[in-house]
Design a protein around this ligand. Structure first.
Ligand SMILES: C[S@@+](CC[C@H](N)C(=O)[O-])C[C@H]1O[C@@H](n2cnc3c(N)ncnc32)[C@H](O)[C@@H]1O
Length: 194
């Protein structure tokens, strides 16, 4: 299995305007692109991938999304379609337990610690950051990795401290600072070569 956790520092926690994903929805466009790049191949979905999203924007943070590749149905890779699926999940009442919204899509009230406590049991936590170990040197040693990425703002210092309590390694995909969805594509590329 492979998993990705994207931290959306400003991504809103209530239903949002699909015509303004990059503005009033708090850069939900980044989240949508990350989900699409993590899950989709040409004419199919990676069934061995899970995507987690931590939504920290107003008005009701934190909320978390879980998208399970093997269960997803009726999702298309365009931002608007993924955005619609997120919007529907955000219309549900949440508590600490995952609640199913649409096939393969779950929502819960979880913060970063909650998520990492849960995921740490099943995955090796890898923090993606520009100054980490070259992914090409470590990719084939990673068995069940969970890759953590920030959005356009990266990770806040306090969130980075939490991640570092769980992370086995910091890994870099390039010497350049890339967009989060570009990092996901490179991670898949490198792991698919193994
Ligand atoms: C657009 S970047 C964040 C830029 C933000 N200004 C910062 O300084 O953190 C989004 C996320 O992609 C990941 N990332 C970007 N470039 C990377 C690289 N070369 N190697 C590994 N991860 C990278 C990091 O997790 C980062 O938080």
């Amino acid at each position: 299995m492979r998993a990705f956790l994207i931290v959306g520092n400003k991504a809103v926690t209530k239903p949002f305007n699909l015509n303004d994903l990059a503005g009033s929805a708090g850069r939900m466009d980044i989240i949508c692109r990350c989900i699409a790049q993590a899950l989709f191949i040409s004419h199919g979905i990676r069934k061995d991938v899970e995507v987690y999203v931590l939504l920290l924007g107003e008005p009701d943070p934190p909320k978390a999304l879980k998208i399970v590749g093997s269960e997803v149905r009726y999702m298309a890779p365009d931002e608007r379609n993924v955005g619609g699926i997120i919007r529907r999940a955000l219309s549900l009442n949440v508590d600490k337990k995952w609640r199913k919204s649409t096939p393969g899509v779950y929502v819960a009230r979880k913060n970063l610690c909650d998520l990492l406590e849960e995921l740490n049991v099943r995955y090796d936590v890898i923090y993606l950051r520009e100054d980490g170990f070259d992914i090409r040197k470590v990719a084939c040693m990673l068995k069940n990795p969970l890759f953590i990425l920030g959005d356009h703002l990266g990770l806040k210092e306090e969130d980075e401290e939490i991640v570092m309590k769980y992370a086995e390694m910091i890994v870099s995909v390039s010497k350049l600072s890339l967009q989060a969805d570009q990092c996901i594509v490179i991670v898949h590329y490198e792991l698919d070569r193994c």
